[in-house]
Design a protein around this ligand. Structure first.
Ligand code: EPU
Length: 428
C-alpha cells in the first residue's frame, strides 16, 4: 500500500489548478443512468471514488468511455440491472444515489447500505422516509434496501438539510407524477450542480440552492453535455495548506462564492485572501491567530473543512475551539496530530486546541479523506519527516495531490510498496 513521506517547513509558492467536485460528480454520474441516451460529463476528478462509480455504472449495463482523463461518456441505453453488487456499493457513500436514480427510472432499486468514511453512524433513514413519501414500498432484506413503486407520486418531503437525502429525493422525484416539494433542502453547491445537470437532461427542478426545492414531473430525460463545478473542499484544502505553511499561491479554476465562510475565517486569522474571477490568491506571512469554528450546513462553515482547520489551528497563537455539529466522530485526526505534539483537549463535540510553535514530524495514519488531507497539511507544517499510511483514503477524494503540492514547493513523495499499483486502472 502507498504512503506519503513529507519533509515539512517549505513555504508554498506558485499556482495550483483545482479539479472537478467529487461530491457533485458522484450524483451526476449516478443521475446520468436516468437518461435514455448518452451523457458527456466534463471536469470529472480522476480519483478513486470516481473509479468505483465508473465500475458501478458499467456493472449495471452502461457503456462508459473516457475520451480524456477528466471526462466520461455514459451511454445508459442498455441498462437493465437494478441491483449493483454489494462489494462495490460498500466502497462508496455515494452509492446511495442508485436508490433514487434506479427507482426514479425503473420503479425498482435494490441497493446495499452504502460504505464511505467512518465519521459517524450515518444512517439513511431520511432517504428512506423520503422515498416512502413518494409512494415507494421499502423492504430491508439481508442488508439490501429494496425499493419498489409502480408509479411514484409527487409529495412534500422533509430532507432535514441532509445533502444525500436532498439529492436522492430529487433523483426519485424527477419523473414522479405531479409536483414534489422538498422542504429543509440542503443548499450545498453540489446539490445545485446536480439539479442543474438534471435540468440540462430535461428535468424541471426549481429552487435548488434554497431550502425549498420544487420538482415538476417530466416523462423522459435526454442526453446532454455538462461540466461539473470545481471542488469546494479541495479548493479549501489548498487555501489552508498555504495559510499554515506561509507563502503565496494562486488557486485557479474555482468558484470564490463557495469559499466565503472559509475565506472570512482565514481573514480573521490573519491570512490574506483575494478573489478575482475564478481564482483565489492566498498569502500568509504571519503566525495564524486563534479562532472559534462551528461547523454548519452551507453556507456555513463546512464539516469537510473541520479536520483541515483544526489541524492548522495547532500552530495558531492562542487557544482555539472547534465544534463539530454534523458528524459525531470527526475528530479522529486529532489523535494522530497528538502524536505530532499537538495540544488538544476534546470534550464531546468540542475540541480545544492550544497553539504551539511547530508540530513534530511522526508516523501517522489517515482514517478518512479529510482526516488524511489534514495529516498532509500537518506534515507540511511540521519540523522533520512525517510518514502517512493508509493514503488510499486521500486518493478517494484528491486528484494528483502529491504532484500539485510538489509544483508549489512542497517536499512530498508517494512511496509505493505494491508492485501491482492499484491506482493505474481507470484509463482502459
Ligand atoms: N443523517 C441522518 N439520516 C439520513 C441522512 C443523514 O441521520 O438519512 C445525518 C448524518 O448522519 C449526519 C447528518 O445527517 O449526521 C448530515 O449528513 P448528510 O446526509 O448531509 O451527509 P452525507 O450525504 O452522508 C455528504 C458528503 C460528505 C459531507 C456531508 C456534509 C457525499 C458523498 N458526501 O454526506 O462528504 O461531509 O454531505 O456536507 O456527498 C467527504 O467528501 O469527505 C464527505 C464526507
Amino acid at each position: 500500500m502507498d504512503k506519503f513521506i513529507i519533509r515539512g517547513g517549505n513555504q508554498l509558492e506558485g499556482n495550483v489548478k483545482v479539479e472537478g467536485s467529487k461530491n457533485a460528480a458522484l450524483p451526476i454520474l449516478a443521475a446520468s443512468l436516468m437518461a435514455d441516451d448518452i451523457c458527456h460529463i466534463l471536469n470529472i476528478p480522476y480519483i478513486d471514488d470516481i473509479v468505483t462509480m465508473d465500475e458501478l455504472l458499467r456493472e449495471l449495463g452502461a457503456k462508459v468511455t473516457l475520451p480524456t482523463k477528466d471526462s466520461l461518456i455514459i451511454d445508459s441505453r442498455q441498462i437493465t440491472l437494478k441491483r449493483p453488487s454489494e462489494e462495490l456499493v460498500h466502497k462508496l457513500r455515494a452509492s446511495y444515489y442508485f436508490l433514487g436514480a434506479l427507482l426514479g427510472k425503473f420503479g425498482h432499486a435494490e441497493v446495499a447500505f452504502p460504505g464511505g468514511d467512518a465519521i459517524g453512524i450515518r444512517p439513511i433513514d431520511i432517504h428512506i422516509n423520503g422515498l416512502k413519501a413518494l409512494g415507494a414500498e421499502i423492504k430491508i432484506e439481508h442488508g439490501i434496501v429494496i425499493a419498489h413503486a409502480d408509479k411514484l407520486i409527487g409529495s412534500e418531503v422533509d430532507t432535514e438539510t441532509s445533502v444525500g437525502a436532498t439529492i436522492n429525493i430529487m433523483l426519485a422525484a424527477v419523473k414522479a407524477r405531479g409536483m414534489t416539494t422538498i422542504i429543509n433542502a440542503a443548499r450545498e453547491p453540489h446539490v445545485v450542480d446536480t439539479a442543474n445537470f438534471l435540468n440540462m437532461m430535461g428535468a424541471r427542478i426549481k429552487g435548488a440552492g434554497t431550502d425549498k426545492i420544487r420538482i415538476y414531473s417530466v416523462e423522459k430525460l435526454h442526453g446532454c453535455e455538462y461540466t461539473t463545478i470545481p471542488d469546494q473542499i479541495v479548493t479549501g484544502t489548498y487555501m489552508m495548506a498555504v495559510a499554515a505553511t506561509g507563502g503565496k499561491v494562486r488557486i485557479e479554476g474555482v468558484i470564490p462564492k463557495h469559499m466565503e465562510a472559509l475565506s472570512v475565517k482565514l481573514l480573521e486569522m490573519g491570512v490574506m485572501v483575494v478573489s478575482h474571477d475564478d481564482q483565489i490568491t492566498v498569502t500568509s506571512e504571519k503566525r495564524l491567530r486563534s479562532t472559534r469554528v462551528i461547523t454548519k450546513v452551507y453556507p456555513g462553515f463546512a464539516t469537510d473543512f473541520q479536520a483541515l482547520m483544526s489541524t492548522i489551528l495547532t500552530a495558531a497563537n492562542g487557544v482555539s475551539s472547534v465544534t463539530e455539529t454534523i458528524f459525531e466522530s470527526r475528530f479522529r485526526h486529532l489523535e494522530q496530530l497528538s502524536h505530532m505534539g499537538a495540544k488538544v483537549n476534546i470534550q464531546d463535540r468540542i475540541a480545544n486546541i492550544t497553539g504551539m510553535d511547530r508540530l513534530s514530524g511522526a508516523k501517522v495514519v489517515a482514517t478518512d479523506i479529510r482526516a488524511g488531507a489534514s495529516l498532509v497539511i500537518a506534515g507540511l507544517m511540521a519540523e522533520g519527516v512525517t510518514e502517512i499510511t493508509d493514503v488510499y483514503h486521500i486518493d478517494r477524494g484528491y486528484m494528483d495531490i502529491v504532484e500539485k503540492l510538489k509544483n508549489i514547493g512542497a517536499d512530498i513523495e508517494r512511496v509505493s510498496d505494491d508492485v501491482n499499483n492499484e491506482r493505474i486502472h481507470l484509463i482502459k
